[in-house]
Design a protein around this ligand. Structure first.
Ligand code: PDD
Length: 285
């Protein structure tokens, strides 16, 4: 089956889907994106993803390309046309097409909208979660507004590649004070020796993950204590458990950090329980 993309008003075969070379996303990474999990063909936490999208757009002063209702229909239709059962839907909005000039284009320039969707392999994802993954750490060299879900991801790309080259799944960014901020495409969590969950507070220094928010609710319902605060690399090495969260990975146990075993080096019970319970707290549309 050939995949279909939505590009600026049309559904087209993915291999023919293209944007103008003067699209500001292509020229300047001048745009934002969202990724939602699709489960049983339904969008997970669409409302929260759309709220974050609206915030990212407003922080960058990019207009919504259509009404929220129209966008919701486009997301659904792209999922349907690609027959996604379990996977992701990706949407990207840029400041549109204009002759290359760093400053904003003329008012009224239409923002560009692209939506793609694809199936992921649920069995291999479950397998990965059962095994646990390795993470490495890298210096956090990103800009100061990583709370905006911008498509400008070069430091994240380089961090993920460093992880891949070292046989790891994810790279955790460490800021100048020695604290872990988040992963290159996920939020970072630890469980302390006394069983408290810790994930960094969400200010401008991390992306406030939608999965992170739902995991916090899941944890509360399980009676777990959560501290939203910075934690050091040393704390992470000494943690009982560690895991990462993102829309496509849900809760993924971390078993080594920089080659050192976390706890006994196998996925921990808290991460497993949060993963198992997650979708009881997520919203389905
Ligand atoms: N990444 N932090 C960063 C830097 C991210 O890129 C992501 C998501 C998250 C987790 O956010 P959420 O729980 O809302 O997915 C945290 C997406 C999935 C991606 O880039 O593919």
């Amino acid at each position: 089956m050939s995949r279909i993309a939505y590009v600026n008003g049309r559904y087209v075969p993915l291999r023919h889907a293209a944007v103008n070379v003067e699209d500001r996303g292509y020229q300047f990474s001048d745009g934002v994106y969202e990724v939602c999990e699709v489960r049983g063909g339904r969008l997970v936490d669409e409302r929260r993803h759309m709220e974050r999208l609206a915030r990212s757009l407003s922080e960058l002063r990019i207009a919504m390309p259509c009404t929220p209702a129209a966008l919701s229909m486009i997301l659904r239709e792209t999922v349907r046309r690609n027959r996604v059962r379990w996977g992701i839907v990706y949407l990207q909005i840029t400041r549109g097409v204009a002759r290359r000039d760093h400053a904003f284009p003329a008012p009224g320039t239409a923002p560009s909208l692209v939506v793609t969707a694809r199936n992921l392999d649920l069995a291999s994802a479950e397998n990965l979660a059962a095994q646990g993954v390795a993470v490495i750490t890298v210096p956090d060299n990103r800009w100061e507004r990583v709370d905006i879900k911008s498509i400008a991801l070069l430091p994240n790309v380089l961090a993920k590649q460093a992880a891949r080259e070292q046989g790891a799944r994810e790279a955790w960014f460490v800021d100048k004070s020695g604290h872990i901020t988040e992963g290159s495409s996920s939020n970072a969590w630890i469980v302390t020796a006394d069983g408290k969950l810790v994930t960094r507070h969400a200010d401008r220094g991390i992306l406030k993950g939608i999965t992170r928010g739902v995991v916090a609710e899941t944890a509360a319902s399980q009676g777990l204590k959560l501290e939203e605060r910075s934690f050091t690399l040393a704390e992470a090495y000494a943690a009982r458990e560690a895991f990462i969260t993102s829309a496509s990975q849900i809760v993924l146990p971390v078993i080594t950090i920089d080659g050192q075993a976390v706890g006994n080096g196998t996925p921990g019970p808290i991460a497993k329980a949060l993963r198992n319970d997650f979708h009881r707290h997520a919203e389905f549309a």
